[in-house]
Design a protein around this ligand. Structure first.
Ligand code: NAP
Length: 256
């Protein structure tokens, strides 16, 4: 499916997401925090999912201070959560709103940058679990709520190394390839039988803690702040993304 708008250039109306409920994992910092603030600024009621409650509380305060709709904090550690905790999150959203209009799988673990030959096996399993299996499990419990929305956008977070493998990126790169596959499979399954759209987004180089860990020698200001890349997220999580599904989208213009 070809995009009818370029998501990274999308200009959302001030109240574009009013009345929409949008859940975001890893909402306490980095890109997740910026997208949560942007969605709330466009009127969404945001469900802040994350493992570090004080970070979620800070984002809650920022959203309230901006005069945006009150968000909801939903602690969820994607490494340790059991089926009961996934169900509890879905039940809480269902009880309060009866539906979910957007779901951004943003939380991610970098793991080690190390050759496959030496990659630590338990760390490999952790990265695959947080980056892929947890996103699958959360999507599974959320699907009835997403189907209950008039139109819903699911957005998985990919990466450049999830499209073209790169030496030493190990479990992280493999997990992002899996995310591209999960996006395609779920997009086909929802197409024609529901109004749920499913896409992947590659943020591109963005100034966050993960970027600093992956590129310690890079000049800090060589990558844009998370706040500068939110247009494509707002587009795909809201009505701007109607008609788009099964795509892998860039949040930034590709670098030359
Ligand atoms: P970040 O600042 O390190 O944020 C990662 C987020 O994931 C944090 O909110 C973190 O929570 C959360 N998280 C990690 N493990 C978790 C767990 N077990 N349970 C729940 N939450 C967990 O990184 P970022 O750059 O914003 O990354 C966001 C997404 O973009 C990731 O999927 C990443 O792979 C992708 N990405 C980033 C770049 C880039 O240049 N920054 C490029 C391509 C793709 P805590 O704050 O509590 O640790």
């Amino acid at each position: 499916m070809t995009p009818n708008v370029e998501p990274r250039l999308y200009v959302a109306a001030a109240d574009e997401l009013a009345g929409r409920v949008i859940a975001i994992t890893g909402a306490g910092s980095g890109i997740g925090r910026a997208v949560a603030l942007a969605c709330a600024a466009h009127g969404a009621e945001v469900v802040l999912l994350g493992r570090t409650v004080h970070k979620l509380e800070r984002v809650y305060d920022e959203i309230r201070a901006a005069g945006s709709p009150e968000p909801i904090i939903a602690p969820l550690d994607l490494e340790r959560a059991t089926a009961r905790e996934y169900d509890a999150v879905a039940d809480a959203i269902g009880a309060r709103f009866g539906r979910l209009d957007g779901l951004l799988h943003n939380a991610g673990l970098l793991g080690d940058l190390s050759p496959i030959e030496h990659y630590d096996v338990p760390l490999w399993a952790r990265v695959l679990h947080v980056n892929v299996t947890a996103a699958f499990a959360l999507t599974q419990v959320a699907l009835p709520l997403l189907r209950a929305a008039p139109d819903a956008g699911v957005l998985f977070t990919s990466s450049g190394v999830g499209r073209r493998g790169r030496a030493y990126w190990g479990a992280y790169a493999v997990s992002k390839f899996a995310i591209e596959g999960l996006t395609q499979v779920l997009a086909e399954e929802t197409s024609g039988v529901s109004r749920v759209r499913v896409n992947a987004i590659n943020p591109g180089p963005t100034r966050t803690a993960m970027r600093r860990t992956a590129y310690p020698a890079e000049a800090p200001d060589s990558a844009p702040l998370p706040e500068a890349i939110t247009a494509a997220y707002v587009c795909l999580l809201g009505p701007g993304g109607r008609g788009m599904s099964g795509l892998s989208v860039d949040a930034q213009a590709p670098r030359p």
